[in-house]
Ligand binder design. Sequence first.
Ligand code: SAH
Ligand code: SF4
Length: 399
Amino acid sequence: MTAAALATPPRAPVVLAGATRAELTRALAEIGVPERELRMRATQLWHWIYHRGVREFPAMRNIARPLVERIAERFSLTRPEVVAEQVSEDGTRKWLIRMPPVGPHDKGAEIECVYIPESDRGTLCVSSQVGCTLNCTFCHTGTQKLVRNLTTAEIVGQVLVARDRLGDFPGGVAPTDGLVPSGEGVRAVSNIVFMGMGEPLYNFEAVRDAIGVLTDGDGLSLSRRRITVSTSGVVPQMEALGRESGAMLAVSLHATNDALRDKLVPLNKRYPIKDLLQACRDYPGASNARRITFEYVMLKGVNDSPAEAKALVRLLKGLPAKINLIPFNPWPGSPYECSDWPTIERFSDIVFSAGYASPVRTPRGRDILAACGQLKSESEKLRARARMMLEENLAVGLD
Ligand code: SAH
Ligand code: SF4
């Protein structure tokens, strides 16, 4: 063996699980697949990776062995690692997922992904960033130092992991220790919400490309109507989100006047309510059949009066809207409290009488949150926060 050969470390395999079509095609070109075969080979791989959910290349039976071997030498189908799984009594599942390091200084980000099964659907709440650069005063994620965008593959990877675990790929076996929705043609993961950590519109390209992978009809085939992206109000990106992804929109409104929203969602100083609502009116594809969800976190004595409920209804007049009232989820040192239940009910009644369905459901998966308050380290706090936030949002009326 020559010195040069000794000095060259083996290249780490490039992960194809989570790749876009363009990336897959490039990967095949890189290992010498001839130009004229590229499209066909990429389609074959796509089918195996996303439709069948295979985790090893030799399972790809219609691809010639020598080519499979070449692909396997250079690439892998490894998913992000599930570090912990918790299953609630009500069937809610949470996975703590560790992403492989993206560079020499990255230790491998950890995020949480929550799965909420119902009788006719299963909703997966995914993260778009580790942490968040915005500082909404009621949100713990914004107080975390560690922030980075997730890649397209890391976003898609959360869905692959969930489908693996839920037996949602052909030949998969559903877990026996929790619920999965039943009924003909109903998939375990039928809906996706970008309501985990991070501001999806600050990671626009990766989120858009991930939605492209998730909705591709030859692969995971999720319906765009069943994918919802929640934003704190990044107005300049909203039109592009609708046009380029076709996803449903959720907007974190939380206040009915700029003075209060400036405090709760500081991004409001840059994009005030008037501009935000105009962007909602202009959102491509919004209609009564594809309503925009307005999220409203219930903060005791801050934004929960009957007058504010009426103002909310006035503000949304003429918009194809639905309203999600989210009971505030306190965290250690948080400057707010959750509104009392009768206050939430009164608020909800006013909104309901104005013609909006505003269910405030019993939060799901409370039992597996029990240990949150005891967590100590920064990354554990981060986990606890992600857990709390995802829980609460999925607890209220999403379809
Ligand atoms: N960054 C995006 C999406 C992630 S946050 C956004 O802000 O929309 C998802 C939802 O959780 C948002 O509506 C957010 O306002 C809400 N949220 C954040 N902290 C919360 C808390 N402590 N209790 C209840 N909801 C919270
Ligand atoms: Fe970021 Fe959303 Fe939390 Fe605001 S509410 S800090 S935008 S994750």
